[in-house]
Write a protein that binds this ligand. Structure first.
Ligand code: FAD
Length: 292
């Protein structure tokens, strides 16, 4: 299927892209990897008169460490997250999760910023960013502002991004020693979106969970920050009972739509199972034993 016709703009700098976005208004859309936008245009769900291709803006690409924080350009593609020695060493949840996204072709073009900005509850980066407590840097005509990942999503395809803003960077903190993490994703086949998935980041100090963040993919209208599941393990000794309580709380937070991946009951049950698996692996990686 062929998308409707559009005018194509190729700015070389972020200010140039922002000016175009401001001038062209609601008729314009940012084009990143195109792996979500172009299918939507082909299906006539989106019909922008102008595409502003930001692939040639070098400052939007790459992973760097500055002032003790990791800054990821919004135009960094999944394969560059997977191959980044900095992320492998300091935020290994991101390469682990990126490896589970789509297929090699999509990972060569699809960007972290596009995955986040699209607002699709099936996309994996929103839950991963919530688990990482990431900050998004949004650039607009009046300068930059920062939004925490767990405040960014208002609904399916509805985000905090204004029509005249561009996501510039994703900022995350390096994992302190002893951090456990996991992204457990159930999918029907390689290249599919999640039936359900759970992202976990945690730490244990003096025998009890001192830090925990848990978020769920594709079991609600947006990624879900599973605060009830976090409360079930925070301050507790790592145990099978605490993991089960977290899984039950995660399931209670789900509100999935029924589709070809399963009915509501199945998806909720799978979100519980992904939460159990992610927590067990995260505890193992944190080097702590889970009491039976
Ligand atoms: P685009 O498609 O170019 O843009 C998406 C939207 O975000 C558009 O509205 C665009 O205007 C906006 N946008 C993009 N970048 C910015 C920015 N910097 N600032 C402001 N707005 C911006 N994703 C997953 O998470 N998990 C999967 O398992 C998965 N499987 C897939 C399988 C297939 C076969 C395909 C085709 C896609 C799959 N995807 C999956 C989606 C893929 O990861 C997309 O690449 C991603 O959703 C969008 O990123 P993009 O760079 O292609 O953005």
């Amino acid at each position: 299927m062929i998308p409707p016709s559009f005018d194509y703009h190729v700015p070389r700098t972020l200010p140039e892209a922002l000016k175009l976005l401001g001038d062209l208004g609601d008729d314009a859309k940012i084009l990143a990897g195109g792996h979500s936008l172009l299918p939507m245009m082909k299906l006539r769900f989106a019909n922008p008169a102008h595409l502003i291709d930001i692939n040639r803006i070098d400052e939007l690409r790459g992973v760097r460490e500055k002032d003790g924080r990791i800054r990821i350009g919004a135009m960094t593609v999944e394969n560059d997250l997977i191959d980044s020695p900095l992320l492998q060493a300091k935020v290994p949840l991101l390469p682990e999760a990126a490896r589970q996204i789509a297929d090699p072709q999509v990972r060569n073009r699809g960007t972290i910023g596009g995955d986040l900005a699209h607002g699709d509850p099936g996309n994996d980066h929103p839950a991963i960013s919530i688990a990482l407590d990431a900050t998004f840097v949004l650039a607009g005509p009046g300068g930059e502002r920062e939004v925490k990942a767990d405040r960014f999503y208002h609904g399916t395809y509805a985000t905090e991004l204004a029509a005249n803003e561009i996501m510039k960077e994703i900022v995350v903190d390096p994992f302190p020693a002893g951090t456990g993490y996991a992204y457990a994703k159930l999918k029907r086949k390689t290249g599919d979106w999640a039936t359900a998935a759970t992202a976990v980041v945690l730490r244990v100090a003096n025998g009890s969970v001192s830090h925990v963040r848990i978020a769920l993919t594709n079991v609600g209208p947006t990624a879900i920050h599973a605060t009830g599941a976090e409360a079930a393990v925070r301050g507790k000794a790592p145990s099978a009972a605490a993991i089960e309580a977290a899984a039950q709380a995660a399931m209670a937070a789900c509100d999935p739509a029924e589709d070809l991946r399963g009915d509501r009951e199945y998806k909720v049950a799978m979100a519980g199972e992904m939460t159990r698996r992610a927590l067990r692996l995260a505890f193992e990686r944190a080097g702590v034993r889970v009491q039976a």
